[in-house]
Design a protein around this ligand. Structure first.
Ligand code: UDX
Ligand code: UDX
Length: 475
């Protein structure tokens, strides 16, 4: 293979939550590399090239990194074919959603975008290249990419490297700057190992060598799915126990602390919640389940599927608890939904628990006041319409339901004259809700359903407020 060990021209296909921040950090740490991010969505590219305060992805610290690198060694372009041709290394960071039709519908990963990219790379390339699989994909995808590249090109050699991302939204820049580990999987052939070294060399600019793990392709692909499955499993474990706490007299925060103090278990990812969201956990676990079934490992498939089932259970349980505490004609009651993002410090609402819970409440004809500091009301509306549609409601029924929804751009107005405040996202500003102020201006009893356990029940002593949390509120 004619890959130069000093390959310095990188192209990244996919300017999303992963591609944008990842390439920005690589550019900032590797000034001797030229990096161009391309995307089929030209509006997205325009936004990346535009005002730093209106970048298409919000991440703390992102605009500073973009400011320092854009136009120097980091570029955003719509000319996909030209950038493919010029690159020595191509990162694929396109989305890999769950299939919505065909074989494996609702479970398997839809590799359409990855496959299309591979085809385009093969057709446009005039020189040998390293293709980096950044998108999370099922094991065996690298093999599939390799086949497509071979089938669609002539006399060009491609090496595939799997380099999954482990960044979490809201902390992406920090995760990229100080990763726990970097995983690079490749073929175990001499040219495969050489390609792996080229990618490792990029990260060596700022990541200590002992944090860079090299494996074969299959291990790398599986490790990514398994890491997300383990993280989600911890949340479902603690959420399942929160249900038991709500029925008994135990307090999930105390239980979580007691469990997490065991250094073999560790204290992270043990916070009970309304249920996990985000673009990865559900999709990756469904993918793992599908793979297990494919290999006839039905018991293993069922084991992991349970993680998702508990998450769904938690969302239903929280919706039901709100309906139970309000306990009267729900169509006359208003519930303030605080938070639409799937976690704080992001404008991303993919798979957010808020969507399912709000839909459940709307189906019962509740009135909703919705507020999120970062997610736009147009996006909230879109999420609701899509969710209600998937549940079989007609557009006419959905329009009627939406008449019950009001959107707010500040917290104070959203909780005025409400019957229930439901905290869905752990945004810092929700931690300081002024309970005294609320109870002063209303004559009725208000319920607070704290889906993130961020308020201190001891501070809520007003007789006009009833507080329930997740996992510490027998009622
Ligand atoms: C990423 C990963 O790539 C995904 O596999 C992982 O599981 C989650 O994170 P993400 O960056 O969050 O996806 O997705 P998104 O923000 O939707 O960005 C993907 C981008 O790829 C979009 O901007 C889309 O326009 C672009 N795209 C998609 C292309 O440029 N070409 C395509 O053929 C398809
Ligand atoms: C996750 C992985 O953490 C990351 O390594 C991978 O690359 C992509 O998927 P992300 O989905 O961005 O990242 O966020 P994460 O911080 O993992 O949170 C996922 C969901 O779990 C959020 O809804 C969060 O609120 C929830 N969560 C997290 C809990 O409910 N309890 C916890 O203790 C931790």
């Amino acid at each position: 293979m004619k890959i130069k060990m000093k390959s310095k021209n990188i192209c990244c296909i996919g300017a999303g939550y992963v591609g944008g921040p990842t390439m920005a950090v690589i550019a900032s740490k590797c000034p001797n590399y030229k990096i161009t991010v391309v995307d089929i969505d030209s509006k997205r590219i325009d936004l990346w090239n535009g005002d730093l305060h209106r970048l298409p992805v919000y991440e703390p610290g992102l605009k500073e990194v973009i400011d320092a690198t854009r136009g120097k060694n980091l570029f955003f372009s719509n000319d996909i074919d030209k950038e493919i041709r010029q690159a020595d290394i191509i990162f694929m960071a396109v989305n890999t959603p769950t299939k919505t039709e065909g074989k494996g519908k609702g479970m398997a990963t839809d590799l359409r975008f990855v496959e299309k990219c591979a085809e385009r790379i093969a057709k446009m390339s005039l020189s040998d290249k390293i293709i980096v699989e950044k998108s999370t994909a099922p094991i065996g995808t690298a093999k599939r990419i390799k086949e497509i590249l071979k089938l669609n090109s002539k006399n060009i050699k491609f090496e595939i490297v799997s380099n999954p991302e482990f960044l979490a939204e809201g902390t992406a820049i920090n995760d990229l700057l100080y990763p726990d580990r970097i995983l690079v999987g490749s073929d175990e052939t001499p040219s495969g190992k050489m390609a792996s070294k080229v990618i490792v060399d990029i990260y060596k600019h700022w990541v200590p060598e002992n944090k860079i793990i090299t494996t074969n392709l299959w291990s790398s692909e599986l490790s990514k799915l398994a890491s997300n499955a383990f993280l989600a499993q911890r949340i479902s474990s603690i959420n399942s126990l929160s249900a038991l706490c709500d029925e008994s007299g135990a307090n999930i925060k105390e239980v979580s602390r007691a469990i997490g103090s065991d250094s073999r278990i560790g204290d992270k990812f043990l916070e009970a919640s309304v249920g996990f969201g985000g673009s990865c956990f559900k999709k990756d676990i469904l993918n793992l389940v599908y793979l297990c079934k494919f290999y006839g490992l039905n018991e293993v498939a069922e084991y992991w599927h349970q993680v998702i089932k508990i998450n769904q259970f938690q969302k239903e349980r929280f919706s039901q608890r709100i309906l139970t505490i309000l306990d009267s004609d729900i169509s006359n009651q208003t519930i303030s939904i605080l938070g639409w993002a799937f976690k704080k410090n992001t404008n991303d609402s993919r798979e957010s628990a808020s969507i399912d819970i709000s839909s459940n409440l709307l189906k019962k004809d509740a009135n909703l006041n919705i507020y999120d500091p970062m997610v736009k009301s147009s996006k909230v509306k879109k999420d609701l319409v899509e969710n209600l549609k998937n549940q079989g409601l007609s557009m006419k029924e959905i329009d009627t339901k939406l008449l019950r929804v009001r959107f707010f751009d500040n917290i104070n107005d959203s909780i005025k004259n409400t019957d229930c405040i439901a905290i869905m996202t752990e945004w810092d500003e929700f931690k300081n809700i002024n309970i005294d102020e609320i109870s002063k201006v209303t004559s009725k009893k208000i319920f607070i359903a704290d889906g993130r356990n961020i308020l201190n029940p001891k501070n809520i002593e007003s007789s006009k407020v009833k507080y329930i949390s997740v996992g510490n509120s027998k009622f």
